[in-house]
Write a protein that binds this ligand. Structure first.
Ligand code: PLP
Length: 404
């Protein structure tokens, strides 16, 4: 059976060129970058090579990049680090209800330590309203943290405007850009961010490698204590192969960004259009005009998402009901319920996320099996009024859903 992978927001395959670039750092150039001998210096040079490539992709300076173990660590380091570095007695953090758990659960942990947190609500578009962020600002606000692209919907947040607001109020601004880096242009100057989290495995790099951009002059308390690595900002022997892999992935992404946005975006549109044309009572969730080119989230009425994912997997297509780390959870997606979807609607939503290795054949294969899977699952649903729905042409589904 030919397999199709449409879950690139969960993780991506390592690109062969990335793998090749990483290889020498396991067997030959295995040194510890803190050693002063030849082996150590080779490792150190490789880390700086990676740092330059990340910096270039973000329009940052190399010394503003700190390597971490991934997106989760970067988010934790940014939130804990900024709040704990603040000398004010009262501390307030502003974030949103649609953040990844790496931010939301960190915010909850901060609340337990006495930090006041505002979770700015987000409407059905899945796009944060900058005015709502501004309204939440208080005299004690230490940090604003708003993600760049949402991992479940793909919606892109108006960071430029929020960055401007943060600057006007002299408040630090962090973004979780784990889903946007390497997929759309990410420019730390244009976005006006002081801190930015990224992760290698979302852009065809290895798992367990990431970075935190820290604008020069921004002081944060480190999360970990140990040696003097990363200029005292993140101790621990550096993951040299991972850093090289991240650097190579960043280089490749930067070189091919415009053509990939076009190519992958066209595949995503073809998939989305094909589904909406062939399946009644299906609708795109979130604002279509402000989205990653790689992602679509579609709700299928009368479908239970987990069942759909399993049925598609049995036919060779991998997709998901939302964030990979929430898979298996009985709770519906917190992102979908936060934007006003009912629990039932949230359970019927499926995320399809594409990447560099997807082909038109993948889309054709998916469109071949998907309508039948939906039909079969619906036929098992006691609530599915088959006659009423089959009387309705596919394509009228968006309107039908809105009227429900
Ligand atoms: N933030 C977002 C938006 C994500 O999508 C993810 C991964 O799913 C993370 C953070 C966590 O990144 P990592 O898996 O590198 O820890």
């Amino acid at each position: 059976m030919r397999r199709v992978y449409l879950d690139n927001n969960a993780t991506t395959p390592v690109a062969p060129a990335v793998f090749e670039a990483m290889k020498p750092y396991f067997l030959e150039d295995f040194g510890n970058a803190s050693s002063i001998h030849w082996y150590g210096q080779r490792a150190k040079a490789a880390i700086e090579w990676g740092r330059e490539r990340i910096a270039r992709l973000l329009n940052a300076r190399p010394n503003e990049i700190v390597f971490t173990s991934g997106g989760t660590e970067s988010d934790n380091a940014a939130l804990f680090g900024m709040v704990e570095a603040s000398r004010s007695e009262k501390k307030h953090l502003i974030t949103t209800t649609i953040e990844h758990h790496a931010v939301l659960h960190t915010a909850k942990a901060l609340e337990k330590r006495g930090v006041r947190v505002t979770y700015v609500p987000v409407g059905p578009s899945g796009v944060v309203d900058p005015a709502a962020v501004e309204k939440a600002i208080g005299p004690d606000t230490v940090l604003i943290s708003v993600m760049h692209a949402n991992n479940e919907l793909g919606t892109i947040q108006p960071l430029e405007e929020i960055g401007r607001i943060a600057r006007e109020h002299d408040i630090y601004f962090h973004t979780d850009a784990v889903q946007s880096v390497g997929k759309i242009p990410v420019d730390v100057e244009g976005l006006g961010v002081d801190l930015l989290s990224l992760s290698a495995h979302k852009l065809h790099g290895p798992k367990g490698a990431g970075a935190l951009y820290i604008r020069r002059g921004t002081v944060l308390r480190p999360l970990l204590y140990g040696g003097h690595h990363e200029r005292d900002r993140r101790p621990g022997t550096e993951n040299v192969s991972g850093i090289v892999g991240l650097g190579k992935a960043a280089e490749l992404a930067g070189e091919h960004l415009a053509e990939e946005i076009e190519r992958v975006g066209a595949l995503r549109d073809r998939l989305e259009d094909g589904i909406l044309a062939s399946v009644p009572l299906a609708a795109v969730v979130g604002d279509k005009s402000r989205r990653l080119p790689t992602t679509t989230n579609i709700s299928f009425d009368y479908i239970e998402g987990e069942g759909f994912v399993i049925a598609m997997d049995l036919r060779g297509v991998a997709c998901s009901t939302g964030a990979a780390c929430s898979s298996g959870s009985l709770e519906p997606s917190h992102v979908l319920t936060a934007i006003g979807r009912s629990r039932e609607q949230a359970r019927s939503s499926i995320r399809f996320s594409l990447g560099h290795f997807n082909t038109p054949q993948d889309i054709d294969d998916t469109l071949e099996v998907l309508p039948r899977v939906v039909e079969q699952l619906r036929s098992l649903s006691p609530h599915y009024k088959k006659d009423a729905v089959s009387a309705q042409p596919a394509g009228a589904n968006v309107k039908a859903l809105a009227e429900r």
